[in-house]
Design a protein around this ligand. Structure first.
Ligand code: SF4
Length: 500
């Protein structure tokens, strides 16, 4: 139990404070107000743990400090024992406390002449500026505790690593990047920053901080909804691709609603269109839309892919974070008034899904070799097809022909349509309910692509009971089918609008 009166800090509290003082204050004083960790967030955390565990295997003879955060004192004592034992080459989760700041070091490697190499492990593929506070606070506490830190490094995944389908070659899978002196300006003002955080934490009220870029950079703040509630529906933050500079200009002028943006304020074409639609409370359909839709002559295909991007490559030929396509849905509209035919694929065992995915897809798409294929966000589907062509060169020519047939509904909607109910988003989840009455993704077991990836991995997991696997399979099939059905309905709705 901690009895100190000075507000204690940890690595995660310090990093939260660097992002935003208010975030730190709320984290300490109102933790229940934070958004719950989503399934997707949990997957990222689990991947991080798996990567961290794998990295320790590079340090043979290393010893783990098993005592958890509820046993900080014991963890610090155990660390001291391991430091004194010269036969220990590395310590995992080494614990240190200085001035009521508690840190755990992922890997502490023993160097010659009583110096230590502080290694932070991240499941990213490069060293980012937002990693620096994390390492700076560790170094500070270690040095104040009398540890000579000879080197500070980030160990991250190597995006170029190609998995051969066997055991990971750890020396190639990981990259050790040493933090250069020039990247450490924070360390010089660390003591001051810690004091400011503590003074702020001792206050009865949270600091006044206006929401801004810090709410979503580098990651969305768990208190986002708390700080951003009460915004008008047409809040300027929903303006399509608004720059930080323009947002600040409008905010400084006291403008909160898109409707209130003056006519002479410089906006992009889509932003101007949003303002007009909101002011008139009427949707916009461009005069060129009918011509664009006329490109879709029956038969027309509607196609959607689901993928997951595991940090650790799962199958031969994959690199960290490569997309793994595991599901598709295709609807085919043969002509006016015809009922759409549905085809689908969902790989549901632990083998590599890619070959069956592309073989079965090509068999369906080649039934009409010249028919357009409607997708929502063409670069995504085209990109995955390109990767499959690289992976299976014998299909490359056929895949290329399919790529040429793709027709992007997203760019058509973005360039030719706006509806006040889009809320500044052209995602199919926003566009569908605005244009098609009674159709929505709300309430679905799987309701977006990220959730689909998590559901797929859960479905494959040995820890998931058979009944749950069955439910996940059903939810996945329903979700992907809804995506292609949604495209049919959106095209239908646009055709009606442009004919009226
Ligand atoms: S939502 Fe923004 S302003 Fe609020 S605590 Fe988080 S980062 Fe700070």
């Amino acid at each position: 139990m901690r009895t100190e009166t000075k507000p204690w800090l940890s690595k995660s509290r310090f990093v939260a404070g660097v992002q935003c003082f208010k975030r730190l204050y709320l984290m300490v004083n109102s933790p229940d107000e934070a958004a719950e960790i989503s399934d997707v967030g949990q997957l990222i955390l689990d991947q991080g743990h798996a990567v961290g565990e794998l990295a320790t295997r590079l340090f043979k003879g290393g010893v783990l400090v098993e005592e958890d955060h509820l046993h900080s004192k014991e963890a610090v004592e155990k660390t001291a024992v391991l430091i004194a034992d010269k036969s220990v080459p590395a310590i995992f989760e080494a614990a240190f406390t200085y001035d009521n700041i508690h840190v755990r070091v992922d890997i502490l490697e023993r160097l010659p002449r009583d110096r230590w190499h502080l290694i932070e492990v991240k499941s990213t593929t490069s060293l980012k500026d937002y990693h620096l506070p994390d390492m700076a606070i560790q170094r500070y506490v270690l040095e104040k505790s009398g540890i000579k830190v000879g080197k500070v490094s980030l160990m991250h995944l190597n995006r170029q690593y190609e998995h051969d389908g066997k055991a990971y070659r750890l020396k190639k899978l990981f990259t050790l990047e040493t933090v250069q002196e020039g990247r450490k300006p924070l360390e010089r003002s660390l003591g001051l920053l810690i004091n400011i955080m503590r003074v702020m934490l001792s206050k009865k009220q949270p600091p006044i901080v206006m929401p801004g870029d810090q709410c979503t950079e580098p990651f969305e703040c768990p208190f986002y909804d708390l700080c951003n509630s009460g915004r008008p529906e047409d809040w300027i933050g929903h303006l399509y691709k608004i720059s930080g500079k323009k947002f600040a200009q409008l905010e400084m002028s006291g403008i909160d609603s898109i409707k209130d943006i003056p006519e002479d304020f410089e906006l992009s074409t889509i932003q101007q269109r949003m303002r007009t639609c909101l002011k008139k409370n009427k949707p916009f359909f461009s005069a060129a839309l009918p011509e664009k839709l006329a490109e879709l002559k029956a038969p027309v295909y509607f196609m959607d892919f689901e993928t997951v991007s595991p940090a650790l490559p799962k199958y031969k030929g994959m690199h960290p974070y490569d997309y793994l396509p595991f599901q598709w849905s295709v609807h085919v509209l043969s002509g006016k008034g015809a009922k759409p035919r549905h085809f689908e694929f969902l790989h549901d065992d632990a083998t590599d899904p890619r070959k069956a995915f592309i073989e079965q897809l090509l068999a369906v798409l080649e039934q009409h070799k010249h028919a357009p294929i409607v997708v929502y966000n063409q670069p995504f589907e085209s990109g995955r097809l390109g990767e499959l062509a690289d992976c299976f060169p014998s299909y490359a020519a056929r895949i290329k022909r399919v790529q040429k047939r793709l027709w992007d509904l997203l760019s058509v909607v973005r360039d030719h349509v706006y509806h006040p109910k889009f809320g500044g988003s052209f995602s199919i989840k926003s566009v569908l309910p605005a244009l098609v009455k009674g159709m929505t993704y709300a309430g679905m077991g799987v309701a977006d692509g990220a959730q689909a990836g998590v559901a797929y991995l859960q479905m494959l997991s040995d820890d998931t009971p058979p009944r749950e696997k069955k439910r996940l399979r059903k939810d996945l099939l329903k979700y992907c089918e809804q995506d292609t059905l949604a495209m049919i309905k959106i095209v239908e709705a646009l055709r009606k609008k442009s004919a009226s």
